[in-house]
Design a protein around this ligand. Structure first.
Ligand SMILES: [Zn+2]
Length: 117
């Protein structure tokens, strides 16, 4: 229980979350977006995106609500990949397929250690 609490507290360190996100962007060879720690009324994370311009402003994550930061961030990261690729920000079958790929590659991987560093 003490170890679990320690892990959860460590997971919520903002600098580790940033380092994790930086590492997966570098690994996928894509440009880093600003990662903002914000309060979100609906949901726990989001990507702020201008559909018309096809541009992205930032990824926001609500650290007070995200119980699984890794999962939330990989979800937004998948949106980032598909917006880059097709300007697609939906939760389509394509999204779910890509999310599975992203999760297989990054979830509980060597990158996860960065969150708990
Ligand atoms: Zn989504």
């Amino acid at each position: 229980m003490i170890k679990l609490k320690w892990l959860l507290a460590e997971a919520l360190k903002k600098e580790n979350v940033l380092a994790f996100y930086k590492a997966i962007c570098a690994d996928s060879n894509i440009k880093l977006l600003p990662l903002k720690f914000v309060s979100i009324s609906k949901g726990i994370a989001m990507i702020v995106h201008d559909k018309k311009a096809g541009t992205m402003d930032y990824i926001g994550i609500d650290m007070n609500k995200a119980s699984d930061v890794e999962m939330a961030l990989l979800h937004e990261f998948t949106h980032q990949l598909l917006i880059l690729k097709n300007n697609d920000c939906s939760h389509s079958a394509t999204f779910r397929k890509m999310l599975n790929k992203v999760n297989d590659k990054y979830m509980y991987s060597k990158f996860t250690n960065i969150l708990y560093a």
